[in-house]
Design a protein around this ligand. Structure first.
Ligand SMILES: C[S@@+](CC[C@H](N)C(=O)[O-])C[C@H]1O[C@@H](n2cnc3c(N)ncnc32)[C@H](O)[C@@H]1O
Length: 335
């Protein structure tokens, strides 16, 4: 009689293979999933702890030139859970999963460029820009709206008129505060006028921004620690008749700018709406409004609370900016 070979029993994973699998899979989990998995065995507790430590060491998960650590001396939160993008991206639904805390092999976020193919819409036709001579710089000095070279120009990425296109180049840290939650702080001397970061996140239609704002307001009324980062920018066109509106949501997908808090005195950052040639939409960029010393919190004004009275009392948030002209309430997002 012919001897039939029995199907082989799968061999149980050895401990080192099990740990290697865990190191591959766990960096894809969000904070609550990671916490749940870490309770299931000693080995998974160990892997989760090292992932949590790596996450707390770099909010930017190697997508910026410098790491941006979380520092918390007030409660047990080690990091804020969100996906990182250094640039504006189209609205993403369902929310994106991103590998984080898995060491050097963390996958880069998929990037979408919002460029107009072919013709340049704004900026110059320059082949090569010299600092101070490029016509794209004409609006830059101290203006609220400025132009930069971009993919519509003939110059390359080393052009001196692309200061905001290389991501974050100053040392930053994210520090926990009892009242304000996470705060973006400088970790070096930043000179007046230096570029800090752009406000990156998902670009939303106005209808989607309004829908999400309602969801965020509800979440905030039930979870005290919930904070959203939906910014509405209105650019009045020269005619004065119309207004370009840009909605950027950095709540689930964003960059370091999602940690910048409000200050009633205007803070130490100036905001510039920056157009690059070839790009469809302008970007909101933050520059140092004055010299900023290491350890100082970076803040700007979210708006004038006297001009945005819209929300019901329970949706109003107390302001803890600490400035001498504090109005006591945060300006609300008028979406
Ligand atoms: C864009 S987020 C800033 C980062 C936020 N602190 C965090 O922990 O993620 C905006 C939220 O931060 C908090 N916040 C910002 N400025 C504040 C201030 N001056 N006082 C109190 N809370 C503030 C509010 O919860 C607000 O909805």
């Amino acid at each position: 009689m012919e001897k039939q070979s029995l199907p082989k029993k799968p061999r149980p994973l050895g401990e080192s293979q099990f740990l290697r699998c865990a190191e591959l899979i766990l960096p894809w989990l969000n904070a609550p999933e990671l916490a749940a998995v870490s309770l299931t065995s000693k080995a998974l507790t160990f892997v989760s702890r090292s992932i949590t430590l790596r996450r707390s060491l770099d909010a930017a998960r190697s997508l910026e030139s410098l790491p941006v650590p979380f520092l918390n001396a007030v409660d047990s939160k080690r990091y804020a859970d969100f996906a990182y993008t250094p640039f504006q991206i189209p609205a993403t639904s369902p929310p994106m999963r991103q590998r984080w805390g898995g060491g050097a092999s963390d996958a880069p976020v998929s990037q979408f460029e919002m460029n107009v193919v072919g013709e340049s819409m704004y900026g110059c036709e320059c082949e090569r820009c010299e600092e101070g001579y490029c016509q794209c710089l004409s609006l830059a000095a101290g203006a609220e709206i400025a132009n930069e070279c971009g993919s519509g120009c003939g110059c390359g990425s080393d052009c001196p008129n692309r200061v905001t296109q290389k991501g974050v180049l100053v040392r930053l840290k994210i520090v926990r505060d009892e009242k304000k939650g996470w705060c973006l702080c400088s970790d070096q001397l930043i000179k007046k006028g230096q570029f800090i970061c752009e406000y990156a996140g998902e670009l939303l239609t106005t209808a989607e921004a309004r829908r999400r704002q309602t969801v965020y307001d509800k979440l905030r009324s039930t979870q005290q620690s919930f904070s959203s980062a939906l910014l509405v920018i209105r650019e009045h066109l020269p005619s004065g008749q119309a207004c370009l509106r840009i909605n950027i949501d950095a709540t689930s997908i964003g960059n370091v700018a999602r940690f910048i808090n409000h200050s009633c005195d205007g803070g130490n950052l100036s905001t510039v709406l920056l157009r690059s040639s070839g790009a469809l939409l302008p970007r909101l960029c933050f520059f140092a409004a004055r010299d900023i010393v290491a350890g100082e919190e970076l803040c700007f004004s979210y708006g004038d609370v006297r001009l945005t009275p819209g929300k019901s009392a329970e949706n109003k948030l107390n302001c803890s900016c600490g400035s001498s002209c504090c109005f006591g309430t945060l300006p609300c997002e008028n979406t």
